[in-house]
Design a protein around this ligand. Structure first.
Ligand code: HCA
Ligand code: CU
Length: 378
């Protein structure tokens, strides 16, 4: 099965509002570990003194998952990384023309030579090593093959494919991953930015084509609009095979982490967020409610119970239906004949046509019909 490399404490730290304190980082690392991610990626210890302190602290927390740090492909960064006690290093070098011209000015030959030197040093020091070609989807396909083949030969544990600007779509991902699958023997990690809304679909497509490791962040936070969200990726994979996903991961941690991280970076959880959004499990239309009352899978691909969240059934509006109103009456302990329920439903719709109504008002209407019913009987 695929593995998750959660990068909330690396890519996520590059989110515009993120400024995690060490206690917050520890809390996030512990939650991710409790959830069951396979790896946690941490910011480069060479970035600042506090980054080095934080990386060392998280690497020594005694987590069940492995810890990685993300460094430039040079000996100095890797030496510093090794000293923090992390299990591995994620190295990268920009291979697209944009990055070669405007970021570092190095040739593909230079990148290959440097990568070989740094990977060999890190492997000799007992580190797990990944090498990523930054901006893979705007890099020349032949350059990618040359670089990945070379790093595979010197014993890298994983190659990384990075859609740095979020430009790839699932079909391109599928083609690139499956062709690289025939080029290297090592594992394949993927990293997708979400600028064009494909980050979850691309991760799914990559796994189907043979990728072994997927980068995620809680809520998808990262540079610009971020990367594959952990909750979105898990939802996608759960839809394919709920049992396998439930077995490996502690799913109710996801909504919990979403809210914690949203709060830590001072944003709201988006209303339509996977699993934890305000409306993620709400049902409204009368026809939907009728079917849901019989079998909740009718309008749900994901079972909210598995994620520790509640379904919201909204009957207080003009689109409501009498089956839903009947179920509400039953919840209130009122036993009204179907004809009365139909009349009550009409009243609810009429009221909702002129103004916003609440569940309390629906309940009042139902109780009113119940009282009239009793008065008729006496
Ligand atoms: C960055 C770029 C990166 C790296 C991904 C990777 C990207 O912020 O340094 O190492 O695979 O999107 O290319 O996040
Ligand atoms: Cu990135």
């Amino acid at each position: 099965m695929w593995s998750i490399i959660d990068s909330t404490l690396r890519e996520g730290e590059q989110f515009i509002n993120a400024n995690f304190s060490l206690p917050q980082k520890k809390e996030i690392a512990l939650m991710l570990d409790n959830f069951g991610v396979d790896y946690i990626e941490l910011s480069n210890p060479a970035s600042s003194e506090q980054s080095r302190i934080d990386c060392t602290a998280i690497a020594n927390l005694g987590l069940g998952c492995k810890t990685l740090t993300h460094t430039r492909c040079n000996l100095e960064d890797v030496r510093l990384a090794i000293d923090t006690g992390v299990d591995g290093v994620d190295l990268l070098f920009g291979t697209s023309k944009y990055l070669r011209d405007y970021a570092h000015g190095k040739s593909i030959d230079y990148i290959i030579a440097k990568a070989k030197e740094v990977i060999s040093m890190a492997k000799n020091a007992g580190c797990e090593v990944r090498f990523s070609c930054e901006d893979s989807f705007r890099s020349d396909a032949e350059d990618l093959v040359r670089v990945y083949r070379a790093v595979d030969r010197v014993g890298v544990d994983r190659i990384g494919i990075a859609d740095t600007v979020g430009i790839a779509h699932p079909q391109q991902v599928s083609e690139l991953v499956s062709s690289l699958r025939t080029v290297v023997d090592c594992d394949i990690e993927v990293h997708f930015h979400n600028d064009t809304g494909c980050a979850v679909a691309n991760a799914h497509s990559a796994v189907q084509a043979g990728a072994t490791h997927v980068d995620t962040c809680v809520l998808g936070i990262g540079e610009r609009n971020g990367i594959t969200p952990l909750g979105g990726f898990i939802s996608r994979m759960y839809a394919d095979d709920p049992e396998a996903v439930k077995m490996k991961y502690n799913l109710p941690m996801i909504p919990h982490m979403d809210h914690y991280v949203a709060n830590a970076v001072d944003v709201q959880v988006p209303f339509n967020n996977y699993l934890s959004g305000y409306s993620a499990f709400s049902h409204k239309a009368g026809m939907h409610l009728k079917a849901m009352l019989q079998n909740s899978s009718t309008y749900e691909a994901l079972n909210p119970d598995d994620f520790g969240v509640s379904r919201v059934v909204n009957v207080a509006h003009r689109l409501t239906g009498w089956n839903a109103v009947k179920s509400r009456a039953e919840q209130l302990g009122l036993s009204l004949p179907d004809q009365t329920i139909r009349e009550a439903t009409k009243s609810i719709k009429a009221a909702a046509d002129v103004r916003h109504i609440t569940l309390d008002e629906v309940d009042l209407i139902l109780r009113d019909f119940d009282t009239r019913q009793m008065n008729k009987r006496t």
